[in-house]
Design a protein around this ligand. Sequence first.
Ligand code: ZN
Ligand code: ZN
Length: 404
Amino acid sequence: MKKIILLILDGLGDRPLDSLGGKTPLQAARKKNLNALSSMGMVGLLDPISPGIRPGSDTAHLSLLGYDPFKVYTGRGPFEALGLGMELKPGDIAFRGNFATVDDQMRVIDRRAGRIESGTDELAKSLNMEIDGVEIMVKEGVEHRAGVVFRGEGLSPDVTDVDPHEEGRRVLESKPIKPEAKRTAEIVNKFIVKSYEILDNHPVNMKRRKEGKKPANIIMLRGAGIVPEIENFNKKYNLKGACIVGVPLLSGLCRLAGMDVLKVPGVTGTVNTNMENKIRYAIDALRDYDFILINIKATDVAGHDGNGNLKKEIIERIDGAVAPLLENLDRVTLMVTGDHSTPCSVKDHTGDPLPVMVVTEGIRRDGIDQFDEISAARGSLRIRGSDVMNILMNYSERAEKFGA
Ligand code: ZN
Ligand code: ZN
């Protein structure tokens, strides 16, 4: 049996760019190690979910790890809360929250509380409470955003939003969409009133008023979702898995799947992340683990910025970092791909397929010695995210036979 490394270069796929002479960043990059790896294995194109679907990083990673995102993904609430670093348990109800400004009649004056930039950590902390036996946890996000989690017995995500989505209107009462959600809706409504009572007189808001700023004197909830019960990854594949990822959304997702999250110095989830450390740690961690997922976010960041030159440079840095993998192919089955395309010309995720390679000693070689979107189309693979774990299990001699 071999060990497995799944290296995800986030948002890797791209489209031709005029600034790169009509090449994609991957085509334009100098990348001798990635090319050498691809020449030693099988190459092709991968649709993270299915052709044309534009995935988020969360749904794509679920799919790559062998989970059906259409079944497991329960909305943005839980996954955004994971992204804020909140510890969630299956059955928790997570909401997307935003701090807003209301008058004493609960009419919304500003849905974003004047784009509040500081103090939301203190405001969030003041809202952790218990109502009718339900534990409520609040964690601040970027600007006016926050995650809100309800933990307790008999909760349901089937409640309406309290955010009227319009200024001048009163904060709505949450209503149950299904009868079993009655209690949850009542707790939401109690929590909203409490949040006003606590926040309206909070020192952070006293100070804001003095400075002529709008107080963040209520928190509004929307997008309720239940934290899904995800089949344990280690049990599902009978191996011991870990991840090395910089962004909380993905480390939260891996933790939810029962994988260990390895802390690596210098890993930031930004373009300055220490890629060399990630790869070296992954190889070291193979002593204790059978499967390591590595995510490098920097390629996606450059794609969102629309910066083709930066994306090319990042790919070149990654190419340097992957060199040690070349010496481990006798004991490692390696897959290199992305979780979706983030073309610099679009600055967002698209449904374009991604180049993928699977490499290990003894595998067939399909003679593709350039790792990029265009060359990959001549390779032998045309797969979906849901095929990834099966392929990795097969080439690491871990797959169970289907039939006699
Ligand atoms: Zn992504
Ligand atoms: Zn992205």
